[in-house]
Design a protein around this ligand. Sequence first.
Ligand SMILES: *[C@@H]1O[C@H](CO)[C@@H](O)[C@H](O)[C@H]1NC(C)=O
Ligand SMILES: *[C@@H]1O[C@H](CO)[C@@H](O)[C@H](O)[C@H]1NC(C)=O
Ligand SMILES: *[C@@H]1O[C@H](CO)[C@@H](O)[C@H](O)[C@H]1NC(C)=O
Ligand SMILES: *[C@@H]1O[C@H](CO)[C@@H](O)[C@H](O)[C@H]1NC(C)=O
Ligand SMILES: *[C@@H]1O[C@H](CO)[C@@H](O)[C@H](O)[C@H]1NC(C)=O
Ligand SMILES: *[C@@H]1O[C@H](CO)[C@@H](O)[C@H](O)[C@H]1NC(C)=O
Ligand SMILES: *[C@@H]1O[C@H](CO)[C@@H](O)[C@H](O)[C@H]1NC(C)=O
Ligand SMILES: *[C@@H]1O[C@H](CO)[C@@H](O)[C@H](O)[C@H]1NC(C)=O
Ligand SMILES: *[C@@H]1O[C@H](CO)[C@@H](O)[C@H](O)[C@H]1NC(C)=O
Length: 653
Amino acid sequence: MLETPEQIQHIPWRSITRKRFFVAFFVVLGLTILISVYTPLYYFGSYQQIFQVSFRQKSENRTKMSYWEQCELPIYDFYNDEIIPYVNPNVNPLSRCNASLKPLTTLINGSWGLKDKKLKLECRTRCHWRESERRNKIGNWSYQPGPVDCEVLEAVCAENNTDVYGYLHTQILPTPPRKPKVETKNLKQYDVTVILVDSLAYSQARRSLPRTISYMTNHMDAVLFPYVNKVGDNSRPNGVALWFGKLLQKIDRSLFDEESIMADWTHNYMCHVFKDNETSLFHEFQKYGYKTLLAEDWAEGTLNWPNCKGFNKPPFDHYMRPFQNALERKNHGLDVTKRHLKGQMCREHHHTMLDYLGQFLDAYPDQKKFSWVWAINLGHDTENGIAHSDNDFYNFMVKHRQQLDNSFVVFVGDHGLRFGGVRKTFVGALDVNNPFLAISIPKELRKTTKILDHMKENAKKLQTHFDTRSAILDILKFQSASNFTDTKPLEIPGERGYSYLREQPSIIRNCKNTPIPYQYCICQFNKTTVSTDNKVALSIGEHIANSVNEQLKEGNFAEDCIEMKVDRILSLLKYDQSMNGSDVYSVVAEMKKPSQADFKANVKVLPTGKIKVLGMVERANSYKRTADCIASEHHRPYCYCKNQQSATTMKST
Ligand SMILES: *[C@@H]1O[C@H](CO)[C@@H](O)[C@H](O)[C@H]1NC(C)=O
Ligand SMILES: *[C@@H]1O[C@H](CO)[C@@H](O)[C@H](O)[C@H]1NC(C)=O
Ligand SMILES: *[C@@H]1O[C@H](CO)[C@@H](O)[C@H](O)[C@H]1NC(C)=O
Ligand SMILES: *[C@@H]1O[C@H](CO)[C@@H](O)[C@H](O)[C@H]1NC(C)=O
Ligand SMILES: *[C@@H]1O[C@H](CO)[C@@H](O)[C@H](O)[C@H]1NC(C)=O
Ligand SMILES: *[C@@H]1O[C@H](CO)[C@@H](O)[C@H](O)[C@H]1NC(C)=O
Ligand SMILES: *[C@@H]1O[C@H](CO)[C@@H](O)[C@H](O)[C@H]1NC(C)=O
Ligand SMILES: *[C@@H]1O[C@H](CO)[C@@H](O)[C@H](O)[C@H]1NC(C)=O
Ligand SMILES: *[C@@H]1O[C@H](CO)[C@@H](O)[C@H](O)[C@H]1NC(C)=O
């Protein structure tokens, strides 16, 4: 049994939480929903609407909603004293760039040319086409300005046979309208434009993008969703939830003494089988006659890192990958080209993607478009990487305001910042699980439909990427058929979320009835700091180390990675409420040198004294390149390589 812990202090969010959610009654038939959420139903056919009656049949008092099923949402100061030292809005990687360095070459109306005809340099260009995810087909150099039949063009200028200038231009080469595979005559179709900024958390967006957000909420009537919960650790599981509706991470429900919900895809299937036969959002939009675009500013992208196949035939009509291949891969772009985003020219990765997206919006004034930009470089590694891009997103939205006023615009993060000391603060620890989400709907729907009202109501509740996905499918398939007048909750077969463009099932949304792995849950529970200076605390630490070592063994990495041994407990919080007699703790434990890895986990101490680690153990500090001897995305956070020389170049998403 645990010793009686000392009550030292209440953790800070108690004092800043102002609002609480009470459970009025427990809707027994909410179970219907749980079952459909958690049973993989792979049937097809027409969708069903859920009517209020069907799950409010009887609100018996038989089972009172337990403490663990409530969800008190976090309300807090985005600028509290703890996080302020980490926030610096003045960071600007472009502060030393030369704004008068303009591109010397142009790509306009399908032809390349020179900005200044009297230029003394010798300029040449060549095309980059996609051959595969990791390789471009590269054209021959052309020395004569003229027509270009590719979307990514490398331009290089030389002085005395030395290359002094390199640049990558983009354009959209429009293709003929796509014939829809379903009847769309009676559908009201709108563009859907998604801008995803990697690692952008809700509170961080509020700190970093004030102008963009003010423009979106004011001119575009966007609704902000403060309570989105991520569904996986890093980019891929969140991206796969959005794009495919699939769960990549097991949902461990041992806290509730219930069966875990297994992942839909194994790592092997995710990584080593082309995803062409899976139905992504891009496939769905193409089926409905849309033109699609994907731009990611990283040549490995969401589906390829670190050694995964991605698509053989990508479902994107316009795909920016040859640009990133040219920039990042060996024997692709020339060195002078690869340097052109390194700061001197005031051009960054997100500029190139917004350019490409803008070209796409311009290229198809009369066709429906689904576009997705995924900006990884800005915020992936630092709290302060995003603020300087505020004007860029604002300028983009103003420049394209007519097109965007006629589109659904989704501005979203996949998860929050995963690295650095800021994660040790209350706000930083919340941010990592709480991605940003803002949505604006087409202008003509703002006054004539109830959608904004529903969104505002739903924004007060816990949401996930699965709900965003369902909302996007709703736009494509369901609301489009009713002129955006549907208001009743919608259950889409095989989907785990509920569109928030209409009512959602009227249950208290919590981390038990939504597909959120508990270790990421943003619902707040009262916890008390307890002493770490006792045997039980250390034993908890040992169980966490064991759990990590087990993972490494299961993955067959025990040869490559050292065995973790606990050094000390950095923090131990006890949940005020016990779970059926068991005490529940949230722990951060530091491992012995050389790894000094910090691991965070929830554990349960049973009445018998037995300790159970609940769900996934998370890495809470940066592992930089210490895990470079292995490639498994799942295992790298657990690994400290025995041989620290065996580094191969890898980056984590
Ligand atoms: C349900 O429970 C609440 C409080 O626990 C009580 O006030 C209410 O009367 C009960 N309703 C029914 C129908 O039993
Ligand atoms: C900036 O670029 C311009 C145009 O090439 C050049 O004349 C000027 O010297 C550059 N300034 C600096 C500080 O490098
Ligand atoms: C590009 O083409 C359009 C239409 O053909 C024309 O109006 C425009 O002037 C051209 N732009 C340039 C810079 O040549
Ligand atoms: C490049 O030039 C060579 C020789 O003229 C030719 O065989 C080849 O097809 C050209 N490649 C492309 C991509 O046009
Ligand atoms: C180019 O090379 C020639 C001969 O090597 C030299 O005279 C000239 O100054 C060089 N020009 C520049 C701009 O470096
Ligand atoms: C996709 O489906 C086709 C037809 O069923 C099959 O031939 C092909 O092997 C599948 N591809 C993958 C990557 O599973
Ligand atoms: C959709 O709404 C518009 C006006 O908001 C109306 O003109 C049109 O007839 C409606 N279409 C359908 C199919 O109801
Ligand atoms: C959490 O703690 C606060 C203050 O200590 C208390 O008022 C509140 O009732 C507690 N909430 C729950 C659900 O136990
Ligand atoms: C509570 O614990 C008891 C004994 O440990 C167990 O038999 C029972 O199934 C548990 N109940 C729930 C709801 O987990």
